[in-house]
Design a protein around this ligand. Sequence first.
Ligand code: SAM
Length: 291
Amino acid sequence: MNLCDIRTIKDIMSLYGLSFRKEFGQNFLTNKAVVEDIADACSDTQGTTVLEIGPGIGVLTQELGLRYDKVLAVEIDRGLIPVLRYTLQDCPEGVVEVINQDIMKTDLHALLDPYLEKGPVSVCANLPYYITTPILMRLLESGVPFSYITIMIQAEVADRLCAKAGSKDYGAITAVLNYYGEAEKLFRVSAGNFMPAPKVDSAVVRIRLYGDKPVKPLDEQVFFDTIRYAFEQRRKTLSNALSAGFPDVPKDVLTSLIEGCGHRPDIRGERLDTAQFAALSDAIVTWRQNH
Ligand code: SAM
């Protein structure tokens, strides 16, 4: 069954009395080469367990099922579950498991911990656009030691995830992501490769998660707060932005801590990379401990 074929997609949807649900970000892939490339990129080991978020009618799930030992496909739309039972019937026995859940509520440890003993666990998804960042943050913050997270997302968001410090696309999400791993943009996919076609192009990003994080802030919460405050007031200098966020630390102290980390006193937050944010947050933590 060619699930990239537009006629087939339409027939399946009408057979099951379904329409594309915009509120679930349903834009199904219609280009087999793109689907195969995403499935190939997702891991370099067959013995991988893949968490797929939003299988839709199963186009990517089929390809993942041919390549990897286990595929756990979490789909929110109850109407698609019987469709998936039909479209995935030829997958190798026992490989694909479909779970009807909202990924934002799934207990990721309960689902994935049993597979971590068997081999690497990775994520692969053509993500629903309305909820890309919350899903990504949930995966990163879960503490599940994913090897890779390979996701199709809006091209503009992909540029943000892969931006260099100081560039126009660099933001809080980039600095936070770089704490957990390294993001690489693999390829761009134009809007015409989906049904229905979204308004903007997409891109596939692969994140390699660090086993041992190279940056180790003294206090994770202060580190994340430092990044958040720095970007909440992007036009302000870093010392102004941080003094709004950390009212207990006098502004002249913040300025001297910034200088103590080797920056100009009027630097803006967007110029700092993840390690520099960690060093600055450590300076704030140490100052607080002594005052
Ligand atoms: N993987 C399919 C493909 O590439 O053609 C469908 C991708 S479509 C962009 C996003 C899918 O995610 C839809 O099937 C949608 O129903 C599902 N979805 C949306 N929100 C979800 C959530 N919170 N949890 C799980 N699945 C979700």
